[in-house]
Design a protein around this ligand. Structure first.
Ligand SMILES: Nc1ncnc2c1ncn2[C@@H]1O[C@H](COP(=O)(O)OP(=O)(O)OP(=O)(O)O)[C@@H](O)[C@H]1O
Ligand SMILES: [Mg+2]
Length: 415
């Protein structure tokens, strides 16, 4: 019998998270064990020390390993860094057979045309979303297959990522630590775990605020419309407190988590003081909650203006986001959702991950969004393979070429 165990690995800037699960069916997956380790060898979403990263990943995997039980041989890993960007592409083909109208093969060909346009050599196409088709010049078509017509046009959104960060992640761990079965792009993974179908259809902005980066993705009409990454996250808030108040990092982190708020109003209502431990033989100092709130607000404002700037580049022609969903560890910060609601002028909610079949309570936390998304992705991919195996079809082997591996898997999964 086939080993039904899969493993997800989220390589975060702050924390490496791994989890093993047993796939029991389409809506049935049992999470068995979770492992975490402080991240190492990464900065701003990129690898800076391959050995340190490999060691940190090993630690997280060791914890997630079931003993006694099968060893973790392969993982579905998050694609780090990636500096994602989206761009619009067009394709046009003549329909092959007038009598049968547009067929699936015409749709494939027109998408291929859109994909073929050249892109910079340091980038790779990760995903392609058709945003609109036109049949004989009549636009706004979502499902052209089966329609009568001679000419098929497509407007597509191409998601591009820099090659180097993903390659460096693979060079650090693939083969030496564990085999990377496939890489999942973080905003897709988080979206898989925290958004529902109606939100993706109606229009939603997904904001994943992690330790070193904040990923922003816009979904509308059921598909991805835009994705980008901001090189600022929760760690920048900690650093601002540490530098601003001249205190060590751990104390700054503690203050942020325990007393931090982005709401100056809430802070002004707290009349007690925050005590800072003495440095260099000086006396203990105390500061007000408002001072901390001011420091945090300045950085959150900077992140929110970047988010707005990224959104300014989106073509909201046929849909408009109705809300935002905030996830990642940064979403714990008191007052941040309300701050973004005012800035983006949209209602927001905190995105907690969920899975068909349920999740253990310890995983229902915003910082696990990408990990859970990878698990959902892995489960679908696994079942796909199993059914193929059952049908005695030739199993599609994962390409050895690093980046085509990302593409291959993604195309299978998302189409
Ligand atoms: N209670 C809290 N209040 C405020 N911030 C918090 C809280 N708990 C965690 N954080 C912050 O969340 C961040 C970590 O989030 P997360 O674990 O999602 O990041 P990551 O996945 O490791 O990093 P990245 O996604 O950037 O690669 C840290 O900056 C941490 O300080
Ligand atoms: Mg993360």
């Amino acid at each position: 019998m086939k080993n039904r165990q899969i493993c997800a690995l989220d390589v975060g800037t702050g924390t490496i998270r791994a989890a093993t699960a047993e796939v029991l069916g389409k809506d049935n997956i049992k999470i068995i064990k979770k492992g975490t380790a402080p991240s190492a060898g990464m900065k701003g979403g990129a690898v800076v020390d391959m050995d340190d990263l490999a060691m940190a990943v090993r630690k997280a995997l060791d914890q997630a390993e079931v003993s006694p039980g099968p060893k973790i041989k392969e993982v579905y890993a998050s694609m780090i860094g990636g500096r994602l960007r989206t761009t619009e592409r067009y394709g046009v083909v003549m329909v092959k057979n007038d009598a049968s109208g547009v067929t699936d093969s015409d749709v494939d060909r027109v998408l291929q045309k859109a994909r073929e346009e050249p892109i910079p050599s340091d980038e790779e196409v990760i995903h392609l979303t058709p945003s609109e088709f036109a049949v004989d010049g009549v636009g706004g078509v979502r499902q052209p297959a089966g329609m009568a017509g001679q000419r098929l046009d497509v407007k597509a959104i191409l998601l591009l990522a820099k090659k180097a960060p993903a390659e460096n992640l693979l060079r650090s761990i693939d083969g030496s630590v564990v085999k990377v079965k496939a890489l999942g792009v973080q905003p897709f993974m988080a979206a898989e775990a925290v958004l529902d179908g109606v939100e993706k259809k109606d229009g939603v902005i997904l904001i994943d605020m992690g330790a070193g980066t904040t990923d922003v993705a816009v979904f509308g009409g059921g598909s991805l419309r835009q994705a980008s990454m901001i090189r600022m996250g929760g760690n920048h808030l900690t650093r601002d407190i540490s530098v601003g108040l001249r205190i060590p990092w751990p104390q700054a982190e503690e203050i942020k988590v325990k007393d931090g708020t982005v709401s100056r109003l809430d802070a002004s209502k707290k009349t007690d003081s925050i005590y800072l431990s003495a440095l260099g033989g000086k006396e203990n100092r105390k500061i007000s909650h408002t001072t901390v709130a001011e420091i945090l607000e300045a950085r959150v404002q900077e992140i929110s203006s970047e988010v707005k700037q990224q959104l300014g580049e989106v073509d909201f022609n046929d849909y408009f986001p109705r809300k935002f969903v905030l996830t990642g560890g940064g979403s714990y910060l008191s007052g941040i959702k309300e701050y973004l609601e005012r800035e983006l002028r949209l209602p927001g909610r905190i995105g907690l991950p969920k899975m068909p079949g349920g999740l253990p309570a310890e995983l229902v936390k915003p910082e696990n969004a990408v990990l859970v998304g990878l698990m959902c992705f892995g489960q679908k991919h696994f079942l796909n393979e199993v059914s193929k195996e059952n049908q005695r079809e030739e199993m599609k082997l994962v390409d050895r070429n690093i980046l085509s591996r990302i593409k291959t898997i993604w195309q299978d999964f998302l189409r």
